[in-house]
Design a protein around this ligand. Structure first.
Ligand SMILES: Nc1ncnc2c1ncn2[C@@H]1O[C@H](COP(=O)(O)OP(=O)(O)OP(=O)(O)O)[C@@H](O)[C@H]1O
Length: 244
């Protein structure tokens, strides 16, 4: 089995010169992106800086983006969004299994639901779940597909602060166990530094800062040594102390 270090040398994503404009306005400007296999990366940027556009490009969902390079095969990519996108007319387990069938899939689906803390809720309807539970189900739906690359677009953005912290712990645990490459889009600097081993800042269509967060996990928001990373990220985002 490959060690973590060996895994990191194999890129899941290596993109060069990604360019995307909308109505003559350049959002991605010849951007280069490397995501080593098995790395947990967060992507920060101001609202409208192009984070979702980049994520869609990496997911292979944008057919108008130009550039070259290597993408993970689409069947090995899972995407989680801010809203769970569960189908309201399907029960939780059926939502998780969507498109998969057979006994083995059923077993894996139940296992994934147990992993995210939803054991016993397999037969519930999405409308019976809280926001946090729905996001857990969305994570289970991703997990069951054993993704090489997990793309998450502000997956906790709509959750209350306490639920968000519990989801951070869960996501990191799932990552430790399965080791997909993760690209987490967020506007929350603390979320990025607590969860990710590397944080990218999108700025004027390019990666403005590429910061490795060299602190052990689990991390605490209160860790004073994370403060230095926070300062650097806020500075890259153009946020000064006066704005805080
Ligand atoms: N389909 C589209 N048509 C036209 N403009 C678009 C489209 N998708 C994105 N844009 C524009 O591209 C820019 C970047 O959008 P994007 O959603 O990628 O930003 P973002 O960084 O994810 O923002 P936020 O943090 O607010 O979600 C925005 O100005 C947006 O209006």
């Amino acid at each position: 089995m490959a060690t973590h270090t060996e895994q990191l040398t194999r890129p899941a994503v290596r993109l060069r010169g990604l360019t995307r404009s909308f109505d003559g306005r350049t959002v991605l400007d010849s951007l280069d992106l490397d995501l080593p296999a098995g790395q947990f990366t967060a992507l920060l940027g101001h609202s409208g800086s192009g984070k979702s556009t980049l994520l869609r490009a990496v997911a292979g969902l944008d057919h108008e983006v130009t550039g070259s390079g290597r993408l993970t095969a689409p069947e090995r990519v899972s995407v989680v969004f801010q809203d769970s996108r569960l189908l309201p007319w399907q029960r939780v387990l059926d939502n998780v299994l969507l498109g998969l069938d057979g006994k083995e899939a059923d077993r894996k689906g139940r296992e994934a639901l147990a992993e995210v803390g939803l054991k016993g809720r397999e037969g519930a309807w999405p409308s019976e779940l809280s926001g946090g539970e729905a996001q857990r189900a969305a994570l289970a739906r991703s997990l069951v597909r054993e993704p090489e690359l997990l793309l998450a677009d502000e997956p906790f953005g709509a959750l209350d602060a306490l639920t968000r912290i519990r989801m951070h712990v869960l996501l990191r645990e799932l990552w430790e166990r399965h080791r997909p490459s993760v690209l987490l889009v967020t506007h929350d600097v603390d979320e990025a530094i607590v969860l990710a081993d590397r944080v990218l800042v999108l700025d004027h269509g390019r990666i403005g800062l590429d910061l490795t967060i060299d602190r052990p996990h689990p991390r605490s928001y209160r860790d004073p040594l994370l403060g230095e990373y926070r300062e650097r990220l806020l500075a890259a985002l153009g946020v000064t102390e006066d704005h805080q």
